[in-house]
Design a protein around this ligand. Structure first.
Ligand code: GLN
Length: 484
Protein backbone atom coordinates (compact mmCIF):
# COMPACT_ATOMS: atom_id res chain seq x y z
CA UNK A 1 0.00 0.00 0.00
CA UNK A 2 1.23 3.46 -0.82
CA UNK A 3 1.61 6.18 1.74
CA UNK A 4 -0.23 8.82 -0.29
CA UNK A 5 -3.06 10.18 1.86
CA UNK A 6 -5.87 9.71 -0.65
CA UNK A 7 -8.51 10.82 1.83
CA UNK A 8 -7.37 14.43 2.00
CA UNK A 9 -6.19 14.65 -1.60
CA UNK A 10 -7.75 17.17 -3.99
CA UNK A 11 -6.98 17.81 -7.64
CA UNK A 12 -4.94 20.91 -6.87
CA UNK A 13 -2.98 19.18 -4.10
CA UNK A 14 -2.30 16.13 -6.27
CA UNK A 15 -1.13 18.43 -9.06
CA UNK A 16 1.24 20.32 -6.78
CA UNK A 17 2.60 17.11 -5.29
CA UNK A 18 3.22 15.57 -8.70
CA UNK A 19 4.85 18.77 -9.89
CA UNK A 20 7.10 18.85 -6.83
CA UNK A 21 7.97 15.18 -7.29
CA UNK A 22 6.41 14.09 -3.99
CA UNK A 23 4.85 11.23 -5.96
CA UNK A 24 4.51 10.35 -9.62
CA UNK A 25 1.32 9.94 -11.65
CA UNK A 26 2.15 6.23 -11.82
CA UNK A 27 2.35 6.00 -8.03
CA UNK A 28 -0.89 7.91 -7.66
CA UNK A 29 -2.70 5.71 -10.17
CA UNK A 30 -1.30 2.61 -8.49
CA UNK A 31 -2.56 3.87 -5.12
CA UNK A 32 -6.09 4.14 -6.52
CA UNK A 33 -5.83 0.75 -8.25
CA UNK A 34 -4.87 -0.77 -4.89
CA UNK A 35 -7.95 0.72 -3.19
CA UNK A 36 -10.13 -0.42 -6.08
CA UNK A 37 -8.76 -3.97 -5.83
CA UNK A 38 -9.58 -3.97 -2.14
CA UNK A 39 -13.00 -2.32 -2.17
CA UNK A 40 -14.62 -2.77 -5.56
CA UNK A 41 -15.50 -6.47 -5.25
CA UNK A 42 -17.81 -5.43 -2.38
CA UNK A 43 -18.98 -1.98 -3.55
CA UNK A 44 -19.40 -2.72 -7.30
CA UNK A 45 -18.69 0.92 -8.17
CA UNK A 46 -16.74 0.04 -11.29
CA UNK A 47 -17.95 -2.26 -14.05
CA UNK A 48 -14.56 -2.15 -15.78
CA UNK A 49 -11.05 -1.23 -14.75
CA UNK A 50 -8.99 -0.17 -17.72
CA UNK A 51 -5.91 -2.29 -18.22
CA UNK A 52 -3.92 0.64 -19.63
CA UNK A 53 -4.35 2.95 -16.59
CA UNK A 54 -0.68 2.76 -15.60
CA UNK A 55 0.36 3.33 -19.21
CA UNK A 56 -1.75 6.48 -19.26
CA UNK A 57 -0.08 7.53 -16.00
CA UNK A 58 3.36 7.06 -17.57
CA UNK A 59 2.32 9.44 -20.35
CA UNK A 60 1.30 11.95 -17.69
CA UNK A 61 4.67 11.57 -15.94
CA UNK A 62 6.38 12.42 -19.22
CA UNK A 63 4.42 15.66 -19.33
CA UNK A 64 5.55 16.55 -15.81
CA UNK A 65 9.11 15.96 -16.96
CA UNK A 66 8.88 18.00 -20.15
CA UNK A 67 6.96 20.86 -18.52
CA UNK A 68 3.68 20.48 -20.44
CA UNK A 69 1.62 19.21 -17.50
CA UNK A 70 -1.73 20.91 -16.88
CA UNK A 71 -3.88 20.94 -13.75
CA UNK A 72 -5.58 17.67 -14.68
CA UNK A 73 -2.51 15.83 -15.98
CA UNK A 74 -2.15 12.52 -14.17
CA UNK A 75 -5.41 12.92 -12.24
CA UNK A 76 -7.11 9.51 -11.93
CA UNK A 77 -10.78 9.76 -12.84
CA UNK A 78 -13.72 7.38 -13.09
CA UNK A 79 -16.14 7.68 -16.01
CA UNK A 80 -19.80 6.73 -15.94
CA UNK A 81 -20.20 3.85 -18.31
CA UNK A 82 -22.59 5.67 -20.66
CA UNK A 83 -19.84 8.00 -21.90
CA UNK A 84 -17.91 6.70 -24.89
CA UNK A 85 -14.20 6.08 -24.48
CA UNK A 86 -12.62 4.77 -27.68
CA UNK A 87 -11.96 1.02 -27.67
CA UNK A 88 -13.32 0.62 -24.14
CA UNK A 89 -16.51 -1.25 -23.19
CA UNK A 90 -19.34 1.30 -23.01
CA UNK A 91 -22.47 -0.47 -21.84
CA UNK A 92 -24.73 2.06 -20.09
CA UNK A 93 -25.10 -0.92 -17.68
CA UNK A 94 -27.40 -2.63 -20.18
CA UNK A 95 -27.33 -6.18 -21.49
CA UNK A 96 -28.11 -4.81 -24.93
CA UNK A 97 -24.65 -3.17 -25.01
CA UNK A 98 -22.82 -5.81 -22.98
CA UNK A 99 -20.10 -6.44 -25.54
CA UNK A 100 -20.05 -3.03 -27.15
CA UNK A 101 -16.79 -1.11 -27.36
CA UNK A 102 -16.96 2.56 -28.24
CA UNK A 103 -15.50 3.43 -31.63
CA UNK A 104 -14.81 7.05 -30.74
CA UNK A 105 -14.20 9.36 -27.78
CA UNK A 106 -17.04 11.51 -26.45
CA UNK A 107 -16.15 15.21 -26.67
CA UNK A 108 -15.83 15.41 -22.87
CA UNK A 109 -13.37 12.47 -22.97
CA UNK A 110 -11.39 14.05 -25.78
CA UNK A 111 -11.07 17.21 -23.68
CA UNK A 112 -10.02 15.35 -20.54
CA UNK A 113 -7.61 13.22 -22.54
CA UNK A 114 -5.98 16.35 -23.94
CA UNK A 115 -5.39 17.54 -20.38
CA UNK A 116 -3.73 14.22 -19.53
CA UNK A 117 -6.38 12.71 -17.24
CA UNK A 118 -5.88 9.04 -16.35
CA UNK A 119 -9.07 7.07 -17.00
CA UNK A 120 -9.26 4.35 -14.36
CA UNK A 121 -12.44 2.63 -15.49
CA UNK A 122 -16.14 2.74 -16.31
CA UNK A 123 -18.60 3.04 -13.44
CA UNK A 124 -21.87 1.32 -12.69
CA UNK A 125 -25.21 3.06 -13.17
CA UNK A 126 -28.92 2.45 -13.58
CA UNK A 127 -29.39 1.00 -17.05
CA UNK A 128 -29.29 3.91 -19.55
CA UNK A 129 -29.61 6.30 -16.60
CA UNK A 130 -33.09 5.10 -15.65
CA UNK A 131 -33.30 5.23 -11.90
CA UNK A 132 -32.32 6.74 -8.58
CA UNK A 133 -30.57 3.81 -6.89
CA UNK A 134 -28.30 1.95 -9.37
CA UNK A 135 -30.52 -1.08 -8.71
CA UNK A 136 -31.60 -0.96 -12.36
CA UNK A 137 -28.10 -1.86 -13.55
CA UNK A 138 -27.98 -5.14 -15.48
CA UNK A 139 -24.73 -5.85 -13.63
CA UNK A 140 -25.72 -5.66 -9.96
CA UNK A 141 -26.32 -2.85 -7.49
CA UNK A 142 -23.62 -0.43 -6.27
CA UNK A 143 -23.43 -0.24 -2.48
CA UNK A 144 -23.31 2.95 -0.47
CA UNK A 145 -19.83 3.23 1.08
CA UNK A 146 -21.31 4.73 4.28
CA UNK A 147 -23.65 1.78 4.84
CA UNK A 148 -23.36 -1.27 2.61
CA UNK A 149 -27.01 -2.22 3.16
CA UNK A 150 -28.09 0.98 1.41
CA UNK A 151 -28.10 2.23 -2.17
CA UNK A 152 -25.58 4.71 -3.52
CA UNK A 153 -28.35 6.61 -5.30
CA UNK A 154 -28.54 6.90 -9.06
CA UNK A 155 -28.18 6.83 -11.77
CA UNK A 156 -24.49 7.81 -11.38
CA UNK A 157 -24.17 5.73 -8.19
CA UNK A 158 -20.98 4.03 -9.36
CA UNK A 159 -19.23 7.35 -9.88
CA UNK A 160 -20.33 8.83 -6.54
CA UNK A 161 -19.38 5.68 -4.62
CA UNK A 162 -16.00 5.63 -6.38
CA UNK A 163 -15.29 9.25 -5.34
CA UNK A 164 -16.59 8.74 -1.81
CA UNK A 165 -14.63 5.51 -1.22
CA UNK A 166 -11.35 6.92 -2.59
CA UNK A 167 -11.49 4.69 -5.66
CA UNK A 168 -10.75 7.77 -7.84
CA UNK A 169 -10.05 11.45 -7.32
CA UNK A 170 -12.99 12.74 -9.36
CA UNK A 171 -15.56 11.35 -11.77
CA UNK A 172 -17.92 12.13 -14.61
CA UNK A 173 -21.61 11.49 -14.24
CA UNK A 174 -24.55 12.39 -16.41
CA UNK A 175 -27.65 14.21 -15.23
CA UNK A 176 -31.04 13.98 -16.90
CA UNK A 177 -33.21 14.40 -13.82
CA UNK A 178 -30.72 14.53 -10.95
CA UNK A 179 -28.34 11.65 -11.60
CA UNK A 180 -25.18 13.53 -10.71
CA UNK A 181 -26.71 15.31 -7.70
CA UNK A 182 -28.94 12.80 -5.87
CA UNK A 183 -26.29 10.04 -5.64
CA UNK A 184 -23.74 12.69 -4.62
CA UNK A 185 -25.98 13.61 -1.68
CA UNK A 186 -26.35 9.91 -0.72
CA UNK A 187 -22.59 9.38 -0.80
CA UNK A 188 -21.46 12.66 0.81
CA UNK A 189 -19.73 14.19 -2.22
CA UNK A 190 -20.29 17.16 -4.54
CA UNK A 191 -22.43 16.57 -7.65
CA UNK A 192 -22.79 19.21 -10.32
CA UNK A 193 -25.01 19.68 -13.39
CA UNK A 194 -24.15 22.49 -15.83
CA UNK A 195 -26.59 24.70 -17.75
CA UNK A 196 -28.17 22.77 -20.63
CA UNK A 197 -25.93 23.41 -23.64
CA UNK A 198 -22.75 24.29 -21.74
CA UNK A 199 -21.20 20.84 -22.10
CA UNK A 200 -21.28 18.72 -25.24
CA UNK A 201 -23.44 15.60 -25.16
CA UNK A 202 -21.62 14.10 -28.15
CA UNK A 203 -20.65 10.55 -27.20
CA UNK A 204 -22.77 10.43 -24.06
CA UNK A 205 -25.40 7.74 -24.67
CA UNK A 206 -28.64 9.70 -24.97
CA UNK A 207 -31.42 9.31 -22.40
CA UNK A 208 -33.61 12.41 -22.71
CA UNK A 209 -31.88 14.66 -25.22
CA UNK A 210 -33.52 17.91 -24.13
CA UNK A 211 -32.57 17.19 -20.49
CA UNK A 212 -29.18 15.40 -20.53
CA UNK A 213 -25.96 17.07 -19.41
CA UNK A 214 -22.60 15.63 -18.40
CA UNK A 215 -21.76 16.57 -14.82
CA UNK A 216 -18.78 16.41 -12.55
CA UNK A 217 -18.58 14.55 -9.24
CA UNK A 218 -15.84 15.36 -6.75
CA UNK A 219 -14.88 15.61 -3.10
CA UNK A 220 -15.08 19.38 -3.04
CA UNK A 221 -16.47 22.26 -5.06
CA UNK A 222 -13.17 23.40 -6.53
CA UNK A 223 -12.49 19.96 -8.01
CA UNK A 224 -15.96 19.83 -9.57
CA UNK A 225 -15.30 23.29 -11.02
CA UNK A 226 -11.89 22.27 -12.42
CA UNK A 227 -13.39 19.29 -14.22
CA UNK A 228 -16.28 21.40 -15.53
CA UNK A 229 -13.92 24.08 -16.84
CA UNK A 230 -12.06 21.42 -18.79
CA UNK A 231 -15.14 19.80 -20.39
CA UNK A 232 -17.31 22.86 -21.09
CA UNK A 233 -17.62 24.70 -24.37
CA UNK A 234 -19.50 24.59 -27.65
CA UNK A 235 -19.00 21.71 -30.01
CA UNK A 236 -19.73 21.25 -33.70
CA UNK A 237 -20.79 17.70 -32.95
CA UNK A 238 -23.62 18.83 -30.64
CA UNK A 239 -25.87 21.51 -32.11
CA UNK A 240 -27.48 22.17 -28.74
CA UNK A 241 -24.25 23.53 -27.26
CA UNK A 242 -24.29 27.30 -26.74
CA UNK A 243 -21.80 29.25 -28.88
CA UNK A 244 -19.19 31.06 -26.80
CA UNK A 245 -20.31 34.43 -28.24
CA UNK A 246 -23.76 33.97 -26.70
CA UNK A 247 -22.55 33.12 -23.20
CA UNK A 248 -23.57 35.82 -20.76
CA UNK A 249 -22.62 34.89 -17.25
CA UNK A 250 -24.61 36.55 -14.46
CA UNK A 251 -22.51 38.52 -11.99
CA UNK A 252 -21.13 36.71 -8.95
CA UNK A 253 -21.77 38.84 -5.87
CA UNK A 254 -19.90 38.61 -2.59
CA UNK A 255 -23.16 38.30 -0.64
CA UNK A 256 -25.76 36.12 -2.24
CA UNK A 257 -29.54 36.25 -2.07
CA UNK A 258 -30.82 32.72 -1.50
CA UNK A 259 -34.42 31.98 -2.42
CA UNK A 260 -36.36 29.23 -0.67
CA UNK A 261 -39.57 27.91 -2.27
CA UNK A 262 -41.33 27.19 1.04
CA UNK A 263 -44.54 26.20 -0.77
CA UNK A 264 -42.60 23.28 -2.20
CA UNK A 265 -41.13 22.05 1.08
CA UNK A 266 -44.27 20.95 2.83
CA UNK A 267 -44.95 17.27 2.27
CA UNK A 268 -43.16 13.98 2.06
CA UNK A 269 -39.79 15.16 3.31
CA UNK A 270 -37.92 13.14 5.92
CA UNK A 271 -37.77 14.92 9.29
CA UNK A 272 -33.98 14.71 9.57
CA UNK A 273 -33.58 16.04 6.04
CA UNK A 274 -35.76 19.01 6.91
CA UNK A 275 -33.88 19.63 10.16
CA UNK A 276 -30.57 19.54 8.34
CA UNK A 277 -31.99 21.88 5.69
CA UNK A 278 -33.02 24.45 8.32
CA UNK A 279 -29.57 24.21 9.91
CA UNK A 280 -28.02 24.80 6.49
CA UNK A 281 -30.19 27.90 6.05
CA UNK A 282 -28.95 29.21 9.41
CA UNK A 283 -25.38 28.55 8.37
CA UNK A 284 -25.87 30.53 5.15
CA UNK A 285 -27.24 33.43 7.20
CA UNK A 286 -24.21 33.30 9.49
CA UNK A 287 -22.01 33.46 6.39
CA UNK A 288 -23.70 36.77 5.59
CA UNK A 289 -26.02 35.66 2.80
CA UNK A 290 -29.61 36.82 2.63
CA UNK A 291 -32.52 34.38 2.77
CA UNK A 292 -35.71 35.21 0.94
CA UNK A 293 -38.91 33.26 0.58
CA UNK A 294 -39.92 32.78 -3.05
CA UNK A 295 -42.91 31.39 -4.87
CA UNK A 296 -42.57 28.97 -7.75
CA UNK A 297 -46.27 28.46 -8.45
CA UNK A 298 -45.93 25.54 -10.87
CA UNK A 299 -43.01 23.65 -9.41
CA UNK A 300 -45.40 20.99 -8.09
CA UNK A 301 -45.83 19.89 -11.71
CA UNK A 302 -42.12 19.43 -12.37
CA UNK A 303 -41.99 15.75 -11.46
CA UNK A 304 -45.15 14.75 -13.34
CA UNK A 305 -44.14 16.62 -16.48
CA UNK A 306 -40.60 15.20 -16.29
CA UNK A 307 -42.09 11.69 -16.21
CA UNK A 308 -43.89 12.48 -19.48
CA UNK A 309 -41.17 14.28 -21.41
CA UNK A 310 -38.29 12.05 -20.27
CA UNK A 311 -39.90 8.71 -21.26
CA UNK A 312 -41.06 10.24 -24.57
CA UNK A 313 -37.44 11.05 -25.36
CA UNK A 314 -36.19 7.74 -23.92
CA UNK A 315 -38.55 5.79 -26.18
CA UNK A 316 -37.23 7.52 -29.29
CA UNK A 317 -33.58 7.40 -28.23
CA UNK A 318 -33.71 3.70 -27.40
CA UNK A 319 -35.23 2.83 -30.78
CA UNK A 320 -31.72 2.78 -32.24
CA UNK A 321 -30.92 -0.39 -30.30
CA UNK A 322 -32.32 -2.89 -32.74
CA UNK A 323 -29.77 -5.67 -32.50
CA UNK A 324 -28.44 -4.89 -35.95
CA UNK A 325 -25.98 -2.09 -35.43
CA UNK A 326 -24.94 -2.30 -31.79
CA UNK A 327 -24.41 -4.91 -29.11
CA UNK A 328 -26.69 -7.85 -28.50
CA UNK A 329 -28.24 -9.69 -31.45
CA UNK A 330 -30.88 -12.41 -31.14
CA UNK A 331 -32.26 -14.40 -34.07
CA UNK A 332 -36.02 -14.35 -34.54
CA UNK A 333 -38.12 -15.75 -37.39
CA UNK A 334 -37.66 -12.66 -39.53
CA UNK A 335 -36.27 -9.13 -39.16
CA UNK A 336 -39.15 -7.99 -36.94
CA UNK A 337 -38.65 -11.13 -34.88
CA UNK A 338 -34.94 -10.25 -34.51
CA UNK A 339 -35.88 -6.80 -33.22
CA UNK A 340 -38.44 -8.11 -30.78
CA UNK A 341 -36.26 -10.85 -29.36
CA UNK A 342 -33.18 -8.67 -29.07
CA UNK A 343 -35.03 -5.82 -27.37
CA UNK A 344 -37.02 -8.11 -25.07
CA UNK A 345 -33.85 -9.80 -23.86
CA UNK A 346 -31.55 -6.79 -24.03
CA UNK A 347 -33.55 -4.19 -22.11
CA UNK A 348 -34.26 -4.52 -18.39
CA UNK A 349 -37.74 -3.99 -16.88
CA UNK A 350 -37.31 -0.25 -16.17
CA UNK A 351 -36.10 0.53 -19.71
CA UNK A 352 -39.06 -1.40 -21.07
CA UNK A 353 -41.44 0.47 -18.74
CA UNK A 354 -40.13 3.81 -19.99
CA UNK A 355 -40.33 2.78 -23.64
CA UNK A 356 -43.97 1.80 -23.11
CA UNK A 357 -44.77 5.02 -21.20
CA UNK A 358 -42.98 7.11 -23.82
CA UNK A 359 -44.65 5.57 -26.84
CA UNK A 360 -47.99 5.93 -25.05
CA UNK A 361 -47.64 9.68 -24.39
CA UNK A 362 -46.42 10.20 -27.96
CA UNK A 363 -49.18 8.13 -29.60
CA UNK A 364 -51.63 9.97 -31.86
CA UNK A 365 -54.57 9.82 -29.45
CA UNK A 366 -52.67 11.01 -26.39
CA UNK A 367 -50.04 13.36 -27.75
CA UNK A 368 -52.07 16.49 -27.07
CA UNK A 369 -53.30 15.35 -23.68
CA UNK A 370 -49.88 14.42 -22.31
CA UNK A 371 -46.81 15.38 -24.32
CA UNK A 372 -48.04 18.75 -25.56
CA UNK A 373 -49.39 19.74 -22.16
CA UNK A 374 -46.13 18.77 -20.49
CA UNK A 375 -44.04 20.80 -22.94
CA UNK A 376 -46.35 23.80 -22.45
CA UNK A 377 -45.98 23.52 -18.68
CA UNK A 378 -42.25 23.29 -19.11
CA UNK A 379 -42.26 26.72 -20.77
CA UNK A 380 -44.37 28.12 -17.92
CA UNK A 381 -41.87 26.74 -15.39
CA UNK A 382 -38.99 28.35 -17.27
CA UNK A 383 -40.79 31.70 -17.04
CA UNK A 384 -41.41 31.20 -13.32
CA UNK A 385 -37.71 30.54 -12.81
CA UNK A 386 -36.68 33.58 -14.88
CA UNK A 387 -38.98 35.75 -12.79
CA UNK A 388 -37.68 34.41 -9.48
CA UNK A 389 -34.09 34.94 -10.62
CA UNK A 390 -34.86 38.65 -10.93
CA UNK A 391 -35.22 38.65 -7.13
CA UNK A 392 -32.70 36.04 -5.96
CA UNK A 393 -29.28 34.73 -7.05
CA UNK A 394 -29.89 31.08 -6.23
CA UNK A 395 -32.71 28.74 -5.26
CA UNK A 396 -32.13 26.37 -2.35
CA UNK A 397 -33.81 23.02 -1.64
CA UNK A 398 -32.73 19.72 -0.12
CA UNK A 399 -31.17 17.54 -2.85
CA UNK A 400 -33.27 14.51 -1.98
CA UNK A 401 -36.33 14.11 0.28
CA UNK A 402 -34.63 11.23 2.14
CA UNK A 403 -31.15 9.97 2.98
CA UNK A 404 -29.92 6.83 1.20
CA UNK A 405 -32.58 4.15 1.41
CA UNK A 406 -32.12 0.40 1.88
CA UNK A 407 -31.29 -1.81 -1.07
CA UNK A 408 -34.61 -3.28 -2.17
CA UNK A 409 -36.73 -0.77 -0.23
CA UNK A 410 -38.20 0.95 -3.27
CA UNK A 411 -37.23 -1.32 -6.13
CA UNK A 412 -40.70 -2.81 -6.52
CA UNK A 413 -42.48 0.53 -6.36
CA UNK A 414 -41.59 2.76 -9.33
CA UNK A 415 -43.68 5.70 -8.11
CA UNK A 416 -41.84 5.77 -4.76
CA UNK A 417 -38.58 5.61 -6.68
CA UNK A 418 -39.64 8.49 -8.98
CA UNK A 419 -40.45 10.62 -5.92
CA UNK A 420 -36.74 10.56 -5.06
CA UNK A 421 -36.29 13.02 -7.96
CA UNK A 422 -38.75 15.62 -6.68
CA UNK A 423 -36.16 18.35 -6.03
CA UNK A 424 -33.74 17.65 -8.85
CA UNK A 425 -35.83 17.39 -12.02
CA UNK A 426 -36.82 21.07 -12.24
CA UNK A 427 -33.23 22.09 -13.06
CA UNK A 428 -33.31 19.74 -16.05
CA UNK A 429 -36.80 20.81 -17.08
CA UNK A 430 -35.78 24.47 -17.10
CA UNK A 431 -32.14 23.92 -18.13
CA UNK A 432 -30.57 25.83 -15.24
CA UNK A 433 -27.32 24.70 -13.56
CA UNK A 434 -27.47 23.04 -10.14
CA UNK A 435 -25.13 21.61 -7.55
CA UNK A 436 -25.49 19.27 -4.57
CA UNK A 437 -23.28 20.10 -1.60
CA UNK A 438 -22.74 17.80 1.40
CA UNK A 439 -24.55 19.36 4.36
CA UNK A 440 -24.05 16.90 7.21
CA UNK A 441 -25.15 13.48 8.41
CA UNK A 442 -28.07 11.75 10.00
CA UNK A 443 -27.90 8.59 12.07
CA UNK A 444 -29.91 5.52 11.10
CA UNK A 445 -30.36 1.98 12.42
CA UNK A 446 -29.14 2.63 15.94
CA UNK A 447 -30.56 0.32 18.56
CA UNK A 448 -31.18 1.98 21.93
CA UNK A 449 -32.01 -1.38 23.56
CA UNK A 450 -28.58 -2.90 23.16
CA UNK A 451 -26.87 0.49 22.83
CA UNK A 452 -25.73 -0.30 19.32
CA UNK A 453 -24.61 2.78 17.42
CA UNK A 454 -26.18 3.48 14.06
CA UNK A 455 -24.70 4.41 10.72
CA UNK A 456 -23.95 8.01 9.76
CA UNK A 457 -25.66 8.74 6.44
CA UNK A 458 -24.70 11.82 4.43
CA UNK A 459 -27.21 14.51 3.44
CA UNK A 460 -27.02 17.19 0.77
CA UNK A 461 -28.49 20.54 -0.15
CA UNK A 462 -29.07 21.74 -3.69
CA UNK A 463 -28.48 25.19 -5.16
CA UNK A 464 -29.89 26.15 -8.55
CA UNK A 465 -28.65 29.27 -10.34
CA UNK A 466 -29.85 31.20 -13.41
CA UNK A 467 -28.82 29.97 -16.86
CA UNK A 468 -25.01 30.15 -17.19
CA UNK A 469 -24.66 31.00 -13.51
CA UNK A 470 -22.29 28.11 -12.76
CA UNK A 471 -19.84 30.48 -11.07
CA UNK A 472 -22.47 31.57 -8.56
CA UNK A 473 -22.93 27.91 -7.60
CA UNK A 474 -19.20 27.42 -7.17
CA UNK A 475 -18.96 30.56 -5.05
CA UNK A 476 -21.79 29.71 -2.66
CA UNK A 477 -20.80 26.03 -2.56
CA UNK A 478 -17.24 26.91 -1.54
CA UNK A 479 -18.55 29.35 1.04
CA UNK A 480 -20.79 26.71 2.52
CA UNK A 481 -18.03 24.08 2.72
CA UNK A 482 -15.47 26.63 3.93
CA UNK A 483 -13.19 26.12 0.91
CA UNK A 484 -11.02 29.11 0.17
N1 GLN B 1 -33.80 9.41 -11.24
C1 GLN B 1 -34.14 10.05 -12.46
C2 GLN B 1 -34.78 9.07 -13.40
O1 GLN B 1 -34.93 7.97 -13.03
C3 GLN B 1 -32.96 10.75 -13.06
C4 GLN B 1 -32.14 9.93 -13.95
C5 GLN B 1 -30.98 10.68 -14.56
O2 GLN B 1 -30.72 11.86 -14.26
N2 GLN B 1 -30.30 9.99 -15.47
O3 GLN B 1 -35.14 9.40 -14.47
Amino acid sequence: MSNIDLKSLTIRKAHEDMKAGVFSARELTQAYLDVIAEKNPNLNAYLFIFEDALKQADEADKRFKDGTAELLTGIPMAIKNNICIKDKPTTAASKILENYRAVYDATVIEKLRKAGVVFLGGTNMDEFGHGASTENSAFGVTKNPHDNTRVAGGSSGGSTTAVSANCCLAALGTDTGGSSRQPASFCGVVGFKPTYGRVSRYGAIAMGSSLDQVGSIAKNVEDAEIVYNQIKGDDNMDSTTIPESLIKEPKVKEKIVVGIPRNFLKEGIDEDVMKNFEESVEKLKLLGHTIKEINLPNIDYALATYYIIMPAEVSTNLSRFDGVRFGLHKEGENLLGDYMKTRAEGFGPEARRRIILGTYVLSAGYYDAYYNKATALREVMKKDFAKVFEEVDVILTPTSPTPAFKIGEKSNDPVQMYLADIFTVSANMTGVPAISIPSGFTERDSNPVDGQKGKQLPLGIQFMAPWMGENILFKIGKDFLGED
